[in-house]
Write a protein that binds this ligand. Structure first.
Ligand code: TEU
Ligand code: CA
Length: 560
């Protein structure tokens, strides 16, 4: 095993919703410190810390105002240093979220950049003249609604913002800017961080002629082909690697929407010295309808298997996968891929955990997943906070592309706030998250779903995660074994094997609420070899027919 992080599991903390220590309703760094023993008990060894840098919070910290200081709401630099120190005692490393595709419009560089065309910081961002019709330089739409260009009176030019208007894109063509970024990242390496999660890092190289994109129904052009995986992306990442990562033994993860398999190999092939692993989005896009995630459709297990298998096969020898069902931008895992009804919530959550953790790659647990949290299904639009929800709601409704009811359906199922409600710690007021009023409502299921309850029940999903994390450290086959899909065309069951030398794992997951009987004639499955099972027992009939209960998941471990 060549990398320290390969047998470890990452836990993502979204600080504002993790634990509030001072009653202002916002999670903070001291809150994380209080909960380190909880994370240590779970057994995780790496925290991915969503942004805690100084920020006006237009996009919850993904709009950084100062890379060298901490958001007052979360605490101080000293608090963070204490967190780093204290985490060491629990053998937990910290991976910082790092957003360098854009900054806040309140960043010093942008405030300078706006002042005049001659300002030394002008070229830190992407400024363009209006087109002949005195309109934006091209037709690209922003991810958060409206044009991707914002006009600025002072210099009569537009600046590019792929995300919100308060998130101007940095100009990576500018070498001075690049040097400043590397210097800043080194500041964090020197502080003792063990790695970075690089936000939308495959967006930093833009095609320099900025052509119009294909027109979409919402009236904006699709710019993505011109800014994802752009012409100089590999050069920039190799440079970053040389300037920051090289010799520091970090874990470096690239968040990379719109990624082809060929690109993924290039990014993660260790011989190329770019990054360690990618976060792709292919499976999260299953069941997108006419208005993308706002019009969710049914999806098929066969499609999910096809997507995940392709990544497994392609990144087997070269590169490395990130494994996740959910994060702060995605719905809750059980609501999205399992079944969040009372009856099946826990069992389907366990099935998803087993299924994911036995794939090849690094598993990510998003806070609350380990206790089986589900979408809150807020009924009122006023309960949602995310700028993406609010902008898209206004826009899709005013453009009459969706009515209120249909849009609410999409929001309840897929909006980013579904995963951003506070961690449910116990059955006290506000789920023990805060003594004040939380910044976003708590899901009203917290009496049933909370960490205290999960920890008091030895059969809970929490302990299954704990076991999975432990097993990874004990059995190299979970880390290194080669993946092979079994019965790819089966619409109900996700089955696959892993092989390493004389060992083999067979993983079988029922993704339905039905009892099923499956023929596994060619595989060695017997009760003595069960490694993990989310039910107490399993029925294996003659001829290797296995009878699966709803959402049952079982793993066999064979040695030859
Ligand atoms: O997300 C980038 C991204 O492409 C998303 O998953 C995004 O949430 C989606 O396109 C919206 O539909 C990253 C961060 O994870 C996200 O929270 C930030 O808002 C975004 O970058 C901008 O920094
Ligand atoms: Ca607080």
């Amino acid at each position: 095993m060549d990398n320290w992080w390969k047998d470890k599991v990452v836990y993502q903390i979204y600080p504002r919703s993790f634990k509030d220590s001072n009653g202002d309703g916002i999670g903070d760094i001291k809150g994380i410190i209080q909960k380190l023993p909880y994370l240590a008990e779970l057994g995780i060894n790496i925290i991915w810390l969503s942004p805690v840098y100084d920020s006006p919070d237009d996009d919850n910290g993904y709009d950084i105002r100062d890379y060298y200081s901490i958001n007052e709401k979360f605490g101080t630099m000293e608090d963070l240093e204490i967190l780093f120190e204290y985490a060491k005692q629990f053998d937990i490393k910290i991976m910082m979220d790092m957003v360098v595709n854009h900054t806040s419009d309140e960043h010093y560089w942008f405030k300078e950049s706006k002042k005049s065309k001659q300002n030394p910081y002008r070229d830190y961002y992407i400024w363009k003249d209006p087109n002949e019709e005195n309109e934006p330089p091209n037709n690209w739409g922003s991810s958060f609604g409206g044009s991707a260009w914002e006009y600025d009176e002072t210099t009569k030019q537009y600046y590019l913002h792929i995300f919100g208007k308060k998130q101007p894109d940095l100009n990576w063509e500018n070498e001075k800017l690049r040097k400043e970024i590397y210097e800043m990242m080194n500041f964090w390496v020197d502080k003792g961080v063990s790695g970075f999660r690089l936000d939308v890092i495959n967006m930093i190289s833009k095609q320099q002629d900025f052509p119009d994109g294909l027109l979409r129904e919402n009236g904006w052009g699709k710019g993505s082909p011109y800014y994802y995986n752009g012409p100089r992306i590999h050069e920039f990442l190799q440079e970053m690697n040389k300037e920051v990562f090289d010799g520091n033994d970090l874990i470096v993860v690239g968040e990379m929407p719109r990624l082809s398999l060929e690109d993924a190999i290039k990014y993660t092939d260790s011989a190329r010295n770019e990054i360690d692993m990618v976060f792709h989005f292919e499976h999260t896009r299953l069941g997108e309808g006419e208005q993308g995630k706002w019009t969710p459709q049914e999806w098929n297990l066969t499609e999910l298997k096809e997507i995940l298998s392709e990544w497994q096969y392609t990144l087997n020898d070269v590169g490395w996968n990130s494994l996740y069902w959910s994060n702060h931008d995605q719905p809750r895992a059980i609501s999205r891929f399992g079944n969040d009804s009372k009856k099946y919530r826990e069992i389907s959550g366990k099935m998803l955990a087993i299924c994911l953790h036995f794939h090849k790659g690094t598993p990510y647990i998003y806070q609350g997943e380990e206790i089986g949290m589900i979408n809150p299904y807020f009924k009122k639009i006023s309960d949602y906070r995310d700028t993406e929800v609010i902008n898209n709601y206004k826009q899709l409704i005013s453009d009459r592309l969706l009515n209120h009811e249909d849009m609410m359906k999409g929001i309840k199922e897929r909006s980013r706030d579904t995963a951003r409600t506070p961690m449910q710690w116990n059955s006290q007021d506000y789920a023990g998250f805060t003594d004040g009023i939380p910044w976003i409502p708590i899901s009203d299921n917290y009496l049933i779903i909370n960490a205290e309850k999960a920890k008091n029940d030895e059969d809970s999903i929490f302990y299954l995660y704990k076991e999975l994390i432990q097993l990874r450290k004990e059995l190299p086959i979970i880390v290194e074994g080669k993946y092979d899909i079994i019965y790819p065309e089966d619409e109900d069951v996700y089955a696959f094997s892993r092989k390493l030398d004389t060992e083999e794992l067979i993983i079988i997951c029922n993704f339905t609420d039905k009892e099923l009987s499956k023929d596994l004639q060619n595989f060695k499955i017997n009760k003595e070899n069960i490694l993990i099972n989310n039910y107490d027992s399993i029925v294996i009939n003659q001829n290797n027919k296995i009878a699966l209960a709803p959402y049952q998941s079982v793993v066999f471990y064979n040695k030859f």
